[in-house]
Ligand binder design. Structure first.
Ligand code: C2E
Ligand code: MG
Ligand code: MG
Ligand code: MG
Length: 284
């Protein structure tokens, strides 16, 4: 009986593994189709200047509406795109869409607005990202200094010199570079000296418990003062309450992003939000 159970269990595990592998292949195929048919879309989350409360920029966040399964979060499909070689195509289309959208908002009377786009480490491996950024700037005609590229610390670990070379060329184009999810990776500060970043985004895990957790509060305070003394802008991610926003203002944090201000918004909703900020009587 034990043997039979054993074999049954083995077969069951095997069937489960096959099912998982098949499931993964189905997701990959559907993602490839979504990229080829250009059905991925972007949402835009406002980036807020804390002292004034004004929107100064927006982060483009990729969205995938699967025809049968509904919305699949980027936390799930970005790693899949990275593993199966789709991230370059995905990254290229995100850059183009975001740049064209920014151009439209500039033309609609918001010429100062910044656009932030996430790049993953894999997009640096063959250096294709440089050409993609140049193309996005060329087709949109936006000024390079209105575009900000968000990298995580993992990008900087991958292949020291090759990645540094690409980053320097991106800087030479005039685009801005920011470090996303700061504090969650290997926080070697060496790269802060090697490349002139423009902004540090403090990871939401530190920001969320700012009020109740003295250790997180100390980390946030420390990162803000590090950024300011290096001459970098600093943004707190994941601000969900007015209490946290208030504390961040008190700590001299310049920028914030989070559900307290806005969720990621569809472009037409973001446009309304921008419009509502115009001083009344503005006619230009
Ligand atoms: P991220 O770049 O750190 O983006 C911020 C994430 O935090 C977004 O999740 C956003 O919706 C969420 N968020 C913003 N405010 C709050 C808040 O107050 N509370 C909470 N709990 N969450 C908040 P999302 O859209 O699910 O994206 C997750 C991650 O997927 C992003 O993290 C980024 O690493 C990646 N990602 C998204 N779009 C792209 C893309 O186009 N390319 C690449 N390479 N990665 C992307
Ligand atoms: Mg980001
Ligand atoms: Mg982040
Ligand atoms: Mg993140």
């Amino acid at each position: 009986a034990a043997k039979r159970n054993g074999r049954g269990t083995y077969q069951f595990a095997n069937a489960t593994m096959n099912e998982a592998a098949l499931e993964r292949l189905r997701i990959e195929a559907a993602l490839r189709t979504a990229i080829e048919s250009d059905t991925l879309r972007l949402e835009y989350q406002p980036l807020i200047h804390l002292p004034s409360g004004r929107i100064v920029g927006t982060e483009a966040l990729c969205r995938w509406d699967h025809p049968e399964r509904g919305s699949i979060p980027p936390g799930l499909f970005i790693p899949i795109a990275e593993d199966c070689g789709l991230i370059e195509a995905l990254g290229g289309l995100v850059l183009r869409k975001a740049a064209l959208q920014l151009r439209a908002w500039h033309d609609a009377g918001h010429p100062e607005l910044m656009m932030s786009v996430n790049l993953s480490a894999r997009q640096f491996q063959r250096g294709v990202v440089l050409k993609q950024v140049e193309d996005a700037l060329a087709i949109s005609g936006i000024s390079p200094d209105r575009l900000e590229l968000e990298l995580t610390e993992s990008v900087l670990l991958h292949d020291g010199e090759a990645v540094m070379a690409v980053l320097r060329r991106l800087k030479a184009l005039g685009v801005k570079l920011s470090i996303d999810d700061f504090g969650t990776g290997y926080s070697s500060f060496a790269y802060l000296r090697r490349i002139k970043f423009d902004k540090i985004k403090i990871d939401q895990s530190f920001v969320r418990d700012l009020i109740d957790d003295p250790d997180n509060a100390a980390i946030v305070r420390g990162v803000i003062s590090l950024a300011l003394s290096l001459g970098l802008a600093v943004l707190a991610e994941g601000v969900e309450t007015e209490e946290v926003a208030q504390r961040l203002r008190h700590l001299q944090c310049t920028y914030a992003q989070g559900y307290h201000f806005d969720r990621p918004l569809r472009p037409e909703v973001f446009a309304q939000r921008l419009q509502s900020l115009r001083p009344s009587g503005f006619t230009g």
